[in-house]
Unconditional design. Structure first.
Length: 202
């Protein structure tokens, strides 16, 4: 049984604004996200671009002590709050409708997660801002612009074509972060996805 089969309310919801919760996609990605597990346990995490809260849930079940999910779309936040209440006590999470480029949380976090968000809007501004308030960033993103812009996408043609993993890593490095490479995986339907961790130099 995959993780999301044990949390089925996050799966197969109606596609909203180009963001899929298809079980085939999430069940494909979830086992491969275990490369991040050692960074998550015992940490307070801010989940940027949290959508319906599916990865916020995953963080808590992997040992995170608290998660704040942030998304610019209030519909996602309302949905995430409702879904999470089925699985976790309310003091373990918080969801906030805010712009990822300008929102600074009122409490400190051990790390931030940017899972498949950088290609949606102003990617380098996202990186600049998150690096201003956390020292560790977990990143999952399309491995190339050709794979990000794909015929299955509701957002076809609207992605930020200037971003790819190489450019994202260069941006983190220029801001004083070290890069730990994790897995890059490929799927015929969803293309390649790169994973890495950026940690601020001491």
């Amino acid at each position: 049984m995959t993780y999301f089969e044990s949390r089925p309310l996050f799966l197969d919801q109606p596609a909203n604004k180009g963001v899929s919760t298809a079980s085939g996609l999430l069940n494909f990605r979830e086992p491969l996200m275990d490369v991040f597990t050692s960074y998550v346990d015992g940490k307070k995490i801010i989940d940027l671009g949290c959508n319906n809260g599916r990865w916020s849930s995953w963080f808590l079940d992997k040992g995170a002590t608290f998660v704040e999910g942030v998304d610019m779309d209030n519909d996602f936040i309302v949905n995430a709050t409702s879904l999470m209440s089925n699985y976790f006590a309310s003091d373990k999470y918080k969801f906030t409708t805010e712009n990822l480029i300008s929102y600074t949380p009122s409490t400190s976090f051990d790390l931030a997660a940017l899972f498949n968000t950088l290609h949606y809007e102003a990617p380098f501004d996202q990186i600049n801002h998150v690096c201003s308030y956390v020292n560790t960033v977990l990143v999952e993103m399309g491995d190339s612009t050709e794979n990000v812009i794909n015929p299955n996408s509701f957002y076809q043609g609207d992605f930020q074509t200037e971003i790819n993993p190489t450019k994202a890593k260069e941006k983190f490095i220029n801001l004083g972060f070290n890069i730990t490479e994790l897995s890059t995986i490929t799927n015929d339907l969803y293309g390649s996805r790169a994973r890495f961790v950026a940690i601020k130099s001491s």
